[in-house]
Every structure is written in structure tokens, then in C-alpha cells.
Design a protein around this ligand. Structure first.
Ligand code: N01
Length: 562
């Protein structure tokens, strides 16, 4: 066990983004003593850190918001179809004020370790502020995309000018006026920021390793009549979204793209493109993420739009994704991204044709030229899903570090818990739909499930709950099986951990859909937490080893059959 704990708590929550905020609210309502630790200086999580120009949501504002409080959703007014980062952060602040959350959030504090003590069945949680507390439960509400990834390029620290990572943007903003700017990375962050940086910079050079599929956001001010109508039916809308595949309402027809009449198919793809919706094109036919031939039809449609927009055919071709199926890396929603490459002051460097050799004090040296720059922007993404969890030194039963347990990839039961780590929960962790869904819907479902579980344990007088190895093995197998039925594992995506050198290649999120997943989680709870073992307070110790299943034992039947 670590240093002597100063305080005894029921729950420590790590992170005060939308997960940690709602958790705190629920735990407080239910009478659990709770401390939230947050590395940032205020609430908001991803929306606190990602302040780069153009940062905005790619799920519609009226869906990307809490549903747990009907008054809150009626009183808050979103101004645009897709909210900007400042507006979402203002919303997070509004919620924190309204629910008076800050009293139990300690800001500017990073949790460094959490060590489970078997003798007391409690976690000893330490922070970088030198504090250690004891808690019965720890909930990792650390977000999926909060550990930034720098470009692994020689000389990255030698650049003479300022460098900025999109995921750690300065609060005061950056003025690019008159500057020669380089942006490395063309994922969602690069694609959102590039058009705005181009408008300000003297010259912008975009270093692209993998072209991405992006669709126009068609963002606009929200129409008052639409808002009135949505607010009138908000409850029903939210309920339907919770049971849908991705947490927003969309109909995916069963018709197959490969069987459709070509003219009709083209028209339907166009309609999807013009919808300005993340799933606009992918929802048009039922086989796009299942059948390579169908996917190629959609991919080629998007490439056609890129050719329509970009004047220089060579640049259009370089911007056209050809190394992964459409939708297997998260598609992007943009405002003027492809058209930005028609500007005189923008240059695209295709790193496949001329890779970066090194970053020098003066700029970026590729295999065929040196690009002199005043400023460098790294839009190079995140060590997704596992990075923020493994950033904390978590040690479970038998002194096992979580980093060791997950050395070949994350292993969870339902993305909520991991065997050998009693009373530790993850919100939207690997093995759950999380990043493949409207995060707000998935966050609320996990928070409700976890807090209901804590209440059940309290009522039963149980001191610990732990996923069994067998249930976890069954779930991991199911997650892999469902992913392998789709084209998703084919891309070198951050879903696969492929963007971080040396990270195990495992498809991390659960593709089964949030509606089905919600039912599975509810069934587990209804069956008195099937696949978990709980221990009564008094019977701890001896009973523990007695009721632990042998590794490889049969998993809970209800989960594997799906
Ligand atoms: O990160 P990314 P992101 N040399 O990993 C490139 C969410 N999000 O911050 O593809 C050169 O997608 C890398 O290349 P490659 C959303 O879920 C949402 O943009 O690995 N290039 C890629 O082009 C999103 O998916 C919004 O070959 C290097 C880019 O950097 C997720 O966050 C907005 C490199 C990284 O793209 C992550 O998005 C923003 C190197 N060494 C983000 N290393 C919304 O709209 C990396 N790259 C809500």
C-alpha cells in the first residue's frame, strides 16, 4: 500500500469532463462521499483542452448534451447546428454552476496512482499534489481522447519556433498572422483547424500522412422552429436515441449498395453528402461497412466530390483516401476543408511520396525538400482509449499492474471493469461502444449503470465487486468477433491502436451498437451482476479465494449468444 491515506471516501472519480461531472452529480444524490480529481483548471475535459481554431462538435448540438435533466435541456439554448468548442465549454460551466459541482472537484490535480489493498478492500489513490486518499471505489472518467500524441519524428524538440498540439491549445489563442505555418496531421483536428489557419497565415503547409474521408458539415444557426419542435418532443427523441445503434437517430436501410441501380445509388449518396451529417453517406445502405465492394462504391463517391472541389487534379488525388475503407477511420465533418487547397497560400505535402526525415530548427525536412516554417502545429491525435487509463499507475489484486495485464491490449468485461481490479470502473472504456457513438449517450448509460451498481452493493452489504476472468474472456471474444464481421479492423486507425508505435493492434471499441449494448448491460444488472463476483463485507478474506472461478471457466451465457 502507498503512503498513509489522509481521507476516507466512498468514491474517487478521475476526471471532470462530461463523465466525471454527471458521476459526481449522481453519486452526491445517492449519498456517496466523493472526490473528483481533474488535471485541468476547470471542468469540460476534452472541451477544456481542445481549443484549436475551428474546434466544434460533429454530433448535432441538441443531441450532444445531457439528457438526465429535463429542465436543463429546456433552458439551455444552443445557437448552431454543430456547437463550437467555446459554446460546449460554456454549457459544461453552466452545468457545473447549476449543480454546484465544483465544491467536490479538485482542479490542477493529476491522479498518479491507484493501488488496491486486499486487506482493507480499498483503493489508495495518490495525486501529483502529494495527497493520498482511501476510497472504496475508483471510477476512471478520464475520456478516450485525452492523452495527446506527439509526432514521433527525429528532431521534434529542435524546432526554433513555437509548437502547438491541437489537444493542448493555449487558452489565449494563437495569432498566425504573417506566419509560415506547418500543420502535421489530417484527422478531425487537422481538418477542422486547417481552413481557419489558412485564412490567417502568410503560408500554410499541410503535412499529410493519410488522407481522410471528410464530408461537409453544412453547419448553420439553429432554426427557432426546429428548436421549439425538438424541445417539445425531447423526451421521446432522447429515449429513441438511447436505443439506436450510435446514440443519434438514423435509419440504415437494409438495401445493399452493390445491388442498387447505379443512378439511384449515386443520388442517394449525394443526398447523404448534402445532409451534413457524420453518418450521412454511411447510413445510405446496409452493406457499406460489411462488404468491401459496397464500401468501394461509397469511397469512390467521396473521391469524386474531392475531385469536384479541388482545382488541381494532382492535389485532389493526393487528398483522396485509398488505403482504408470509408468509415473504418472516423470520418470527419468539415467546413471548407478541401476548398482550402485551392488557396494560393496553401501547400499540401503528401508524406507517402516524400516522408518527413526530420524536424530541424528552421522547419521540416522531407525526403525531397526543406520547408521553412515559423510555427508548427501538431494535429497528431491521441493515445486513444487506453492511454488515459494507463497513464495512472493502477495496481490491482496480487500487486498486478494494469499496464502489465493490458500489455497485449485492453481486456475488460463490458468495457466497465477488468478482472483482478475490484471496485474499479471505467466510463466509456475499451470494450464499450463509446467512441463509435454519441459520447453523451454512452457516458450517461455508463454513469447510470455504475451508480446503480454501487447502490445495489450498498443494499446487499457487499464490499467488493469484480469481473470474473471467464466473463471477461467471453466479452473480449465477443467484441473481437463482432468487429471482425465488419471492415473496421482493416484500417490503421486509432480504434486499432495503430497510430501509436508499439501499441498492441486490437480493435478497442464495441461495434455491436449502443441499443443492444444497453440491453446487455441491463441484463447483467438484472441477473444480480452476472459475470461479476461480489463479496459481503464480513465474509471478505477467506471467501474471496473460495469463490474465484478458475481461468478459462465458462462465461455468462447471456452475453456470448448475441
Ligand atoms: O487525431 P487523429 P485527431 N507524422 O488520430 C497524423 C475526435 N475529434 O485529433 O492517419 C505524420 O484522427 C495521422 O496520420 P495517420 C474524433 O473522434 C472529434 O484529428 O496516423 N503524421 C493523422 O492524420 C477523432 O477521430 C472532433 O497516418 C502523423 C493525424 O496525425 C479523434 O478525436 C474534432 C504522425 C491524427 O489524426 C482524433 O482526432 C477533433 C507523424 N508522426 C477530434 N502522427 C469533432 O469534430 C500522427 N500523424 C467532434
Amino acid at each position: 500500500m502507498g503512503p498513509l491515506a489522509d481521507r476516507q471516501l466512498d468514491v474517487v472519480v478521475v476526471g471532470a469532463g462530461f463523465s466525471g461531472m454527471y458521476l459526481l452529480h449522481r453519486l452526491r444524490q445517492l449519498g456517496f462521499s466523493t472526490q473528483v480529481y481533474e488535471a485541468g483548471s476547470d471542468v469540460g475535459g476534452t472541451w477544456y483542452w481542445n481549443r484549436y481554431p475551428g474546434a466544434r462538435c460533429d454530433i448535432e448540438s441538441m443531441d450532444y448534451s445531457y439528457s438526465f435533466d429535463p429542465e436543463l435541456e429546456q433552458e439551455w439554448e444552443w445557437t448552431e447546428r454543430y456547437s463550437t468548442q467555446p459554446e460546449i465549454l460554456a454549457y459544461a460551466n453552466h452545468v457545473a454552476d447549476r449543480l454546484d459541482l465544483r465544491a467536490e472537484i479538485q482542479f490542477d490535480t493529476r491522479v498518479t496512482s491507484a493501488v488496491f489493498d486486499e486487506a482493507t478492500a480499498r483503493w489508495s489513490v495518490s495525486t501529483d499534489q502529494g495527497e493520498t486518499v482511501s476510497a472504496q471505489f475508483v471510477v476512471m472518467a478520464v475520456g478516450c481522447l485525452s492523452t495527446t500524441k506527439q509526432p514521433e519524428v527525429p528532431g521534434v524538440d529542435t524546432f526554433a519556433g513555437p509548437t502547438y498540439h491541437t489537444g493542448r491549445w493555449p487558452h489565449e489563442g494563437v495569432d498566425f498572422t504573417g506566419q509560415r505555418v506547418g500543420v502535421i496531421g489530417t484527422g478531425s483536428s487537422g481538418i477542422q483547424s486547417i481552413p481557419l489557419i489558412a485564412e490567417q497565415a502568410a503560408h500554410l503547409t499541410v503535412f499529410q500522412r493519410t488522407p481522410n474521408f471528410s464530408m461537409p458539415a453544412k453547419n448553420a444557426p439553429l432554426d427557432a422552429a426546429f428548436v421549439r419542435q425538438r424541445k417539445a418532443t425531447y423526451r421521446q427523441h432522447r429515449e429513441e436515441a438511447k436505443h439506436s445503434p450510435v446514440g443519434v437517430l438514423l435509419d440504415i436501410p437494409e438495401e445493399l449498395a452493390v445491388e442498387a441501380d447505379p443512378a439511384e445509388r449515386e443520388a442517394r449518396f449525394h443526398e447523404g453528402w448534402e445532409a451534413g451529417f457524420l453518418f450521412g453517406v454511411s447510413r445510405t445502405y446496409g452493406d457499406l461497412l460489411l462488404d468491401p465492394a459496397a464500401n468501394e462504391l461509397a469511397s469512390e463517391f467521396v473521391r469524386g466530390r474531392i475531385r469536384d472541389i479541388v482545382d488541381d487534379p494532382a492535389v485532389a488525388e493526393a487528398l483522396s483516401p485509398r488505403n482504408h475503407p470509408f468509415g473504418t477511420k472516423r470520418p470527419c465533418l468539415d467546413t471548407g476543408y478541401y476548398a482550402t487547397f485551392n488557396r494560393e497560400n496553401v501547400t499540401l505535402i503528401d508524406l507517402h511520396a516524400s516522408p518527413i526525415v526530420e524536424i530541424t530548427p528552421a522547419g521540416v525536412q522531407t525526403s525531397d525538400r526543406e520547408v521553412e516554417l515559423d510555427v508548427l502545429v501538431f494535429a497528431t491525435g491521441f493515445d486513444a482509449m487506453t492511454g488515459p487509463i494507463l497513464g495512472v499507475d493502477i495496481v490491482g489484486r496480487d500487486g498486478q499492474p494494469l499496464r502489465e495485464k493490458w500489455s497485449a491490449g485492453p481486456r475488460t468485461y463490458l468495457g466497465l471493469a477488468t478482472a483482478g481490479f475490484p471496485n474499479l470502473f471505467t466510463v466509456t472504456g475499451p470494450g464499450s461502444p463509446s467512441v463509435l457513438s454519441n459520447m453523451m449517450v454512452s457516458i450517461e448509460q455508463h454513469v447510470d449503470w455504475i451508480t446503480d451498481c454501487l447502490v445495489a452493493l450498498r443494499e446487499q452489504g457487499a464490499s467488493t465487486i469484480e469481473a470474473t476472468v471467464a466473463a471477461e474472456d467471453g466479452w473480449v471474444e465477443h467484441v473481437n468477433e463482432v468487429a471482425s464481421m465488419t471492415l473496421m479492423p482493416q484500417a490503421n486507425s486509432w480504434y486499432m491502436g495503430a497510430n501509436v508505435p508499439g501499441k498492441p493492434r486490437v480493435f478497442m471499441p464495441y461495434v455491436g451498437g449502443v441499443g443492444l449494448y444497453r440491453e446487455l448491460c441491463a441484463t447483467v444488472a438484472e441477473k444480480n451482476y452476472d459475470g461479476f463476483e461480489t463479496l459481503a463485507s464480513l465474509a471478505r478474506g477467506l471467501a474471496h479465494s473460495a469463490c474465484r472461478p478458475a481461468a478459462g471457466a465458462t462465461g455468462p451465457s447471456g452475453l456470448r449468444a448475441t
